[in-house]
Design a protein around this ligand. Sequence first.
Ligand code: MBD
Ligand code: FE
Length: 248
Amino acid sequence: MADSRAAAITRDLIGAFKSVVEKHDITQDEYRAGVMFIAEAAEKGEIMLLPDAFLESTVVAHHSDRQKGTHAQVLGPYHLGDSQPLENGRLASEDEPGERLLVRGTVRNPDGEALPGTSLDIWQADAAGRYSGFHPDAKPGNLRGRTTTGEDGRYEIQTVVPAPYMIPHQGPTGRLLETLGRHPWRPAHIHLIAAQDGYRTLTTQIYFEGDQYLDSDSVTAARPELAFPLRDGEDGKVVDVDLTLEAI
Ligand code: MBD
Ligand code: FE
């Protein structure tokens, strides 16, 4: 069946490409080098990373800038669909290396009403910057899981402070960043998806105040309003992160 939206978007993408070819007199050899670059990204396991690093933040910001609620962020290439329920919000086991971190807050709607029973799917890199399921040395399923807000809309997640994340810099994505004069680092972050019936599902990330890469995120996603202060708690650090979901 003809999909007129897909057709219209594809025609415009081709049209945008035509204008770049004309502006830069792109040769057939250069075109072929570009195709080989994408093939190399696929071969080296970066076919999801490459578009998520350069393009996804544009799509996300286009919508989120016009919507109410907590600002959305890119999903990124490291989400897995099968996260397990956490026991008592424990995302990191006690022997997980790194500084203890308690992430806690309340999920509300824009009227300030708490949203009990909101599902939170959380994933992060470990203190060495590794995502389970993607890094060979990380335990399968490590630092991934889901929890649900209580009657008062509150949640608590016990984890470790993530490290800033370096996009693999030996591969094609890293080379392209270097060509553009950009470094491969992302500020330290925790990913989450908050879902509640009757509300737009929020995919976002938590960052930390004072992170040296907040202003130069290699994937141009991080926003200052999503940088929260890391404070000293009873056992390691604490960060308070309240979320707002917009009704649909
Ligand atoms: C990441 O950890 C990430 O979150 C994104 C968006 C892109 C690359 C690596
Ligand atoms: Fe990430």
